[in-house]
Design a protein around this ligand. Structure first.
Ligand SMILES: Nc1ncnc2c1ncn2[C@@H]1O[C@H](COP(=O)(O)OP(=O)(O)OP(=O)(O)O)[C@@H](O)[C@H]1O
Ligand SMILES: [Mg+2]
Length: 559
């Protein structure tokens, strides 16, 4: 059996899609879920790191500010009195703190009184100068990068001016960065510098904070990667649970589409996919049942077909035998008709001869009644003889034994002869019978004797079926350029329309014809056969009660 296009497509890799455009459900699921997990985890991690970084920076800034505030409070006396011992003690205390990088005490005159740095790193002196110019009591925090041998180090400079009114000031106040400081004019600066004892600056390193931050970022990244990987793994496992039964189902469906109805698959999961698998299995079973039913029906049909063929064969041979028998019977019938007709003609001729002798008075004088009776006998013998002749002609035509002796013939001459010979019969019934010639007609190729019989038949019919005082016209004319047409038109009974198509059948009479005028019903059948033997056609047009027009054509003789 020829496989359908769908079957071919199903068995051809990934169904109807070209392999390059097919993306499996599993790949799509895993890709989508992985992208979502990566996006969510990365976002959360970034947010967490940002929060932590901000919190650490705030903590560093807060502790640095507290330290410098305390120091400014404790160093007020040392700055005023320029007590270097006290300041050194304070410096030593501060330098013990790991994050401290440097400490600077600047006197009211703007000169450094004491300073110490762990890595020989100091801030720009502009920070302190700006504090002398302003009257801000806040801690100025300036982040900067110290370039050292080990690369750049992030430092935060915490500077605060020690002022006369600072005694009542709380150790903590609003923290502002250098960039936010207001720029005082020189007069204000002078005023403020008169009230300043000095400036304290501490440098605090952000390295530890950055180190902790980096460690935390590393951990967060590791955790994020672990979460993403486990998420992807879970997505793979989950989608495998969904797609594996689906793939099995696709494989089985492909086999079923390829004609293997024995392929089956059981439900692997208790979900929609499992339900689908169950329904598919039921469908395969019903398909199998239908297939076997169709196969059985096909076998039965084949068997029936074989039986039918045998029967047809048998009937054909029976028909052939019957046909042969019929042909044989037909042949026997023609033979019988031919023999009987032939055998009847001789006694008929003899009877006719004797009757004519009697009528001629050779056997003595006849009474009026005897003459009348003998006239009827003669008439009927003639009628019988015509019928016998017609039967003989028809059996000859049907047996194919009638042969034409073709020669160029003048149809108009034949017409005149026939009209002439039937003139007496016509005038007996007061019928006007005439031949009309409009133009000189060419010779036709035909058998003069047979064409004469065709015309005799038509004229004889016309006389028979035309009432007294009627009119009959025999006319010749050209037809189609290649034929001559002869027509016999009468003003007789006419033929009903329903009889017209059967009028040329043998043994057929029209109901409209008077019974006494009817003959054997063979005249027109013989005429039709004879015309067709010549290669012409015969036809009739008739209107009931008005008359008929019979016409036939004969091919022109080519010289
Ligand atoms: N000119 C005609 N007018 C009216 N009816 C006709 C005419 N010619 C033939 N028919 C009808 O056609 C029938 C068949 O004509 P056909 O010549 O074959 O037979 P027939 O004349 O009855 O007998 P046969 O010619 O054998 O002696 C006639 O019986 C008649 O009913
Ligand atoms: Mg006739």
């Amino acid at each position: 059996m020829r496989r359908t296009e769908t079957e071919a497509a199903m068995s051809n890799g990934h169904d109807t899609y070209p392999p390059s455009t097919f993306i499996g459900l599993r790949t799509k699921f895993v890709l989508f879920i992985s992208l979502v997990i990566i996006a969510v985890c990365s976002g959360l991690s970034w947010y967490f790191i940002r929060q932590q970084s901000d919190a650490m920076t705030r903590a560093l800034v807060s502790s640095g500010s507290i330290l410098v505030k305390n120091l400014s409070h404790n160093s007020r006396y040392g700055l005023v009195a320029k007590d270097l011992v006290l300041l050194d003690q304070l410096i030593a205390g501060v330098m013990e703190v790991d994050e401290s990088v440097y400490i600077i005490f600047i006197g009211p005159d703007g000169k450094r009184l004491a300073a110490k740095s762990k890595r020989n790193v100091y801030p720009s002196h502009t920070i302190a100068e700006s504090l002398f110019r302003s009257d801000s009591q806040d801690v100025t925090i300036t982040p900067f990068t110290a370039i050292g041998s080990g690369g750049g180090e992030a430092l935060y400079d915490f500077a605060v001016a020690v002022r006369r009114g600072n005694e009542r000031q709380a150790p903590f106040s609003l923290l502002t960065f250098e960039s936010e400081e207001s720029q005082d004019d020189s007069a204000t600066a002078e005023q403020s510098s008169e009230r300043i004892y000095g400036v304290v600056q501490i440098g605090v390193t952000g390295a530890k904070m950055h180190e902790a931050l980096n460690r935390m970022i590393g951990n967060v990244i590791l955790i994020t990667i672990a979460v993403i990987l486990s998420g992807i793994f879970a997505a793979v496992v989950l989608t495998r649970r969904i797609t594996t039964p689906l793939r099995n189902l696709v494989d089985v469906a492909r086999r079923v589409a390829g004609g293997d109805l024995t392929a089956s698959v059981g439900p692997m999961t208790r979900d929609e996919v499992g339900q689908l698998t169950t329904v598919f299995s039921q469908m395969t079973v019903s398909l199998r049942e239908r297939d076997s039913a169709v196969k059985q029906a096909y076998q039965e049909l084949e068997q029936l077909n074989r039986t039918l063929e045998q029967r047809v064969h048998q009937r054909t041979s029976e028909l052939q035998t019957a046909n042969e028998k019929l042909k044989e019977l037909d042949h026997l019938k023609s033979q019988f008709v031919s023999i009987v007709s032939h055998e009847l003609r001789t006694p008929m001729t003899s009877i006719k001869g004797y009757v004519e002798n009697l009528l001629d008075g050779l056997a003595g004088a006849l009474t009026h009644k005897q003459t009348y009776s003998l006239d009827r006998v003669k008439h009927n013998v003639e009628r019988l003889t015509r019928m016998i002749n017609e039967l003989l002609d028809l059996s000859k035509i049907e047996a194919g034994r009638l042969e034409l002796t073709l020669a160029p013939v003048a149809l108009s001459e034949i017409a005149e002869e026939v009209v002439e010979s039937y003139q007496a019969a016509a005038s007996q019934r007061s019928i006007v019978l005439r031949a009309v010639d409009h133009q000189p007609l060419p010779m036709v190729m035909g058998d003069a004797d047979k064409l004469s019989r065709v015309l005799i038949n038509l004229v004889h019919n016309a006389i028979k079926f035309t009432p007294q005082g009627g009119e009959i016209q025999v006319e010749g004319r050209m037809h189609d350029g290649g034929h001559v047409e002869v027509s016999v038109t009468d003003s007789g009974n006419g033929i009903p329309a329903h009889d017209l198509k059967r009028i040329f059948d043998k043994f057929y009479w029209s109901e409209s014809a008077p019974v006494e005028a009817r003959g054997a019903g063979l005249g027109l059948a013989i005429a039709k056969n004879l015309v067709e033997l010549h290669g012409g056609t015969i036809s009739v047009e008739s209107t009931l009660g008005q008359g008929s027009r019979f016409s036939f054509t004969v091919p022109i003789a080519h010289s």
